[in-house]
Design a protein around this ligand. Structure first.
Ligand SMILES: [Zn+2]
Length: 368
């Protein structure tokens, strides 16, 4: 009982003490800053405004990193959050401007204001581990993914105790609940990166979001899953005009007829466009695509297709599989979430094929 009481007492006193210190510290700083600003105002013939200066270190929050280097007029208060460590650096008028006020030409005198590089640029240059340390892995992943800029994290709010103050917005505030959850999930995964039990989907997203690179074992896991996936035979597509009239399974195809995905791609690329050698069977076509996926020499690229689908492309030399209508390369593409190949053909313009409608392009293995 007495022990419990002492524990409680210590807790209460501890909290009160740290709160008192925060208030004392913050109010002292505020008094100091306001006095400083008053002196700037009194010298407004020389001082044009002030520049937000944060410590720009690993203990600096993202909001203060974003504010670092921003210009403010003399009627603005430096309203960083409680316990903030930011300071104002006066921005003086140029010598030319000052001279003009007194009717003297001082335009030859160089500007003596110190250059403060914007925090957003400084932050960009930090090594990834430091950025992650400041933002936390979920926010960092979302920031890396261009979901928002550092400045978007700066919030401003009003408190009865502190007046207005800046704070760092949560991921949820910036991205909405759903996306924030997704990134948090990724982050948790990243934090446990050695557990070795991630699904192929998780791996694709982790790479897609730029959270980390894959080990050889993980890459192999993806290769095997994709090689086995094949086309979705449950999905059918309409026969196109260029495929009409070709004999498939003993009868000529008609426009408007439907074929399962594997047959559809075979008829289009092997029979109609003759990208594979004459006489290539459906099985041989599918086998050639699997060979491309498993080739140790292939290129493997993850990208976001049409802003929605994560896809992995496997590219290898067409070699013996090149037909009269073919090209140097075979491209097979797998769509995550869907779980099947979405195409397998010999693109005439590979570079274009790998860029159009894509973002977040990341090579897991560059083509040899
Ligand atoms: Zn801060």
């Amino acid at each position: 009982m007495v022990g419990d009481f002492l524990t409680e007492l210590r807790k209460v006193l501890g909290t009160t003490l740290s709160r008192a210190l925060t208030i004392a510290r913050t109010e002292t700083l505020r008094g100091h800053r306001e006095a400083t600003r008053a002196s700037y105002q009194a010298n407004s013939d020389i001082v044009r405004g002030w520049v937000w200066h944060s410590a720009a270190d690993e203990r600096t929050c993202a909001a203060c990193w974003a504010m670092h280097g921003t210009f403010h007029t003399l009627d603005e208060r430096l309203d960083d959050h409680p316990n903030g460590r930011c300071a104002m650096v006066p921005k003086t008028k140029t010598w030319a401007e000052i001279g003009k006020q007194y009717g003297i030409d001082l335009s030859d005198v160089p500007d003596t204001n110190s250059e403060i590089e914007p925090g957003v640029l400084l932050f960009d240059k930090l090594p990834a581990e430091k950025q992650i340390g400041i933002l936390g892995p979920a926010k960092w992943a979302a920031w890396k993914d261009d979901q928002f800029t550092l400045s978007d994290l700066v919030g401003q709010t009003e408190s009865t105790i502190w007046g207005t103050y800046r704070y760092e917005k949560s991921l949820e505030q910036v991205l909405g609940e759903e996306k924030a959850k997704g990134y948090t999930r990724l982050a948790l995964m990243g934090a446990a990166r050695n557990a070795g039990q991630y699904s192929v989907s998780d791996l694709i997203r982790a790479v897609g979001f730029g959270l980390r690179e894959l080990s050889n074992d993980e890459l192999q896991k993806i290769v095997e899953k994709v090689a086995k996936a094949g086309f979705n035979r449950e999905h059918t597509s309409l026969v196109k005009p260029e495929m009409a009239g070709l004999v498939w399974k003993g009868k000529p195809l008609e426009v408007g007829e439907r074929l399962p995905a594997d047959e559809w791609h075979f008829v289009k690329h092997v029979l109609a466009r003759q990208e594979w050698p004459e006489g290539t069977s459906l099985d041989e076509y599918l086998e050639s695509l699997r060979t491309v996926i498993r080739s140790p020499e292939n290129g493997i690229m993850i990208s976001k297709y049409q802003c929605v689908y994560w896809q992995i492309a496997f590219i290898a030399d067409s070699g013996q599989w090149r037909g009269v209508g073919g090209s140097d390369f075979i491209l097979v593409e797998y769509r995550d979430g869907y779980g099947f190949w979405v195409t397998g053909f010999q693109p005439v313009d590979l570079q274009k094929q790998l860029q159009v409608h894509r973002s977040e392009i990341r090579w897991l293995r560059k083509m040899k």
